[in-house]
Design a protein around this ligand. Structure first.
Ligand code: 4NP
Length: 161
């Protein structure tokens, strides 16, 4: 089982949407049985909350439902998850500090858009203070990045549906 954790700041916008898109794609590709996914936030702002209404509406628009409650990244995540993927550089930096504090200095933390050849180093922008259209923008970004991430996983782990 390959375990994937998507991480943003609040765990109510980007990372739960990333998790929903990932689950949708692995289901459509017949790859469900290879993976376990989850999402978390680096902050404690929205622990226990449902995703933002705009996140839920956006997911629904593209045919996905989201069942998730906000949670904060913890020590166990660094041991449990094979791929921890940050949505932007601020969260990447926080995770790089946390991995040292929690005793996993060699853990690789990935940046979401680094999986897209022409988008390396770029953030999945925080849509929280934006309008509804920001959510559709991040959906498109995540859709591309997760497609390329899955392609890389298929090659790296020799997965065949
Ligand atoms: P997320 O978006 O990190 O994509 O879940 C945010 C959600 C909440 C806040 C910031 C970003 N906040 O400041 O409460």
């Amino acid at each position: 089982m390959i375990k994937v954790l998507f991480v943003c700041l609040g765990n109510i916008c980007r990372s739960p949407l990333a998790e929903a898109i990932f689950n949708h794609k692995i289901h459509n590709k017949g790859l469900d049985s290879f993976f376990k996914s989850d999402s978390a936030g680096t902050s404690d702002f929205h622990i226990g909350e449902l995703p933002d209404d705009r996140t839920i509406r956006c997911a629904k628009h593209y045919g996905m439902s989201i069942k998730h409650r906000g949670r904060q990244v913890n020590r166990v995540d660094f041991r449990e998850f094979d791929y921890i993927i940050a949505m932007d550089n601020q969260n990447l930096q926080n995770l790089d500090k946390l991995k040292i504090r929690y005793g996993f200095p060699d853990k690789t933390i990935y940046l979401m858009r680094d999986f897209v050849e022409d988008e390396k180093g770029q953030p999945v922008p925080d849509p929280y203070y934006g309008g509804e259209e920001e959510f559709h923008k991040i959906y498109d970004i995540l859709d591309r990045a997760i497609e390329d991430f899955l392609q890389e996983l298929k090659e790296r782990h020799q997965l065949y549906a």
